[in-house]
Design a protein around this ligand. Structure first.
Ligand SMILES: C[S@@+](CC[C@H](N)C(=O)[O-])C[C@H]1O[C@@H](n2cnc3c(N)ncnc32)[C@H](O)[C@@H]1O
Length: 263
């Protein structure tokens, strides 16, 4: 069996219970309108874009890098927030700008003590988290608040680098070099990519690593969206753990050619 198929098989077996457990309601049979509406709003979609390989990568990085909290920007239906709480067994803080989505997420997350949906712009949320969490925390940050015309991504990264010396960031909807099968977002005609987003790695004391999926989009079990991972100040930890699931990533060496080009 090819390595990636094997990895997918292992990941499916490991994560199956979590995914099944969080299978959304398919039919609204509730007594009141809110429940019926809520059910239709939450139908469809698993966390981490439905990609069990991505979920495995997140869990592997979380453990290897010694992360202790999961932060997410862009809650939407809380699919990733809930899966992260189950998978990582840690506190989850997530922010949503749209009041209706936030309310839905809040209702959905209410039974789960570890999950904290905040109604806030992602940048305000991250600034708040830099005050609420210890400087010694090692957050895993999932940046997914890019839906509107206003792109908060660069500011989000700058806030993280100004607050913590060690953290892991995964940016969704990012262009994967050499893997055209993965989808990505485009802002003002420019893809989210190492050519448009700056990683200020010089702000942290220890070396950082930038990683992309090493697997093909065809092996993605979900929406086939691209992503990038940045292990800020934690490159040594990732380098020392090249077995599954971290062998699903390949390192991308940042060069001056990757510096965002002027518009
Ligand atoms: C792609 S969805 C997030 C999906 C979710 N992370 C998941 O994996 O299920 C993007 C969400 O980000 C929200 N959003 C957009 N801009 C935002 C901002 N500046 N701050 C917080 N949330 C934002 C949108 O309302 C939308 O619900």
């Amino acid at each position: 069996m090819p390595v990636v198929s094997q990895a997918t098989h292992v990941a499916r077996r490991a994560l199956g219970p979590y995914l099944r457990d969080l299978r959304p309601l398919r039919e609204a049979t509730g007594a009141d309108q809110l429940r019926a509406w809520f059910a239709t709003q939450t139908a469809g979609g698993f966390g981490f874009n439905g990609d069990v390989l991505r979920a495995s990568v997140v869990r592997g990085l979380f453990e290897v890098c010694g992360c202790d909290v999961f932060l997410e920007t862009g809650t939407y239906r809380a699919a990733t927030s809930l899966l992260a709480a189950r998978l990582l067994r840690c506190p989850v803080y997530t922010s949503e700008l749209n009041r209706r989505f936030w309310l839905l997420a809040w209702l959905r997350c209410a039974p789960f003590m570890r999950v904290h949906p905040r109604y806030a712009d992602s940048r305000e949320f991250l600034v708040t988290m830099t005050r609420e969490l210890l400087r010694s925390a090692v957050p895993f940050v999932y940046l997914d608040a890019h839906w509107n015309e206003d792109l908060p991504l660069q500011r989000e990264l700058d806030i993280l680098f100004s607050a913590w010396q060690r953290f892991v960031v995964l940016i969704d909807d990012f262009q994967v070099p050499g893997r055209p099968g993965f989808g990505f977002d485009t802002y003002a005609g420019r893809p989210l990519s190492v050519d448009t987003i700056r990683f200020p790695v010089e702000k942290v004391a220890a070396p950082s690593g930038v990683y992309f999926p090493a697997y093909e989009a065809a092996d993605d079990t979900g929406g086939r969206r691209g992503y990038v991972v940045l292990a800020a100040g934690l490159r040594d930890r990732v380098a020392a753990a090249q077995q599954f699931p971290l062998n699903l990533l390949r390192e991308h060496v940042l060069t001056s050619a990757d510096a965002p080009s002027p518009r």
